[in-house]
Design a protein around this ligand. Sequence first.
Ligand code: C5P
Length: 222
Amino acid sequence: RLPPVVTIDGPSGSGKGTIAKLLADRLDFVLLDSGALYRAAALAALNKEVDLSNDKLLTRLAKDLDVSFTLDVGQVQVWLEGCDVTADIRMERVGMAASKVAAIPGVRAALLQRQRDFREAPGLVADGRDMGTTVFPDAPVKIYLTASAEERARRRFTQLRERGVSVSLRDLLEDIRARDAQDMDRAASPLAPAEDAVELDSTGVGIDEVLQRVLLLVRDRV
Ligand code: C5P
């Protein structure tokens, strides 16, 4: 039997990355941040100055992508062609580029098996947009985590301010809405809850409470 998978999908800023990390730590499961793969592909494209509408070239780039993940004191580090890109892939422009690159079916196909390879004993927590619908359709626990666009923009605003980055809340809200539209309206694996996903709305709910709800589901089903 294959090791169990907990999938956590949802729009950007819903808190799925935080919840996935806490859950993986708690369960001692492997963690897959699938967005980091798309971000690494996007960064490679930006570095090589590949036109983001060149599907063929981007598909080739995704197939050849030299990306790896390592753990450093419990934190995931992302490497692209031997360089540490952990911080670089978090830039807003890389996120937007990732969302463009991720809409290309050839790119998604090229990254599919790489994501499935993360499934190892004792289990996997996978976060992204299509973990429950496409990558791990047989996962015993599927979560669809949402929050209002305003709340997600506020969270991002606080996060950036703590890092000393100054941005306007209104610009962030616009970015979030644009990315939602891009991710939900695409033809290839659009962001959507799997039929058998449990939907959790984290608007006004603390991280601890969301984590407790997810842990209850895992105890029931894994
Ligand atoms: O989750 P994160 O914001 O890091 O993902 C960056 C972009 O990668 C998303 O906006 C989305 O377009 C894409 N992505 C995806 N499928 C996934 C994970 C991320 O299309 N499973």
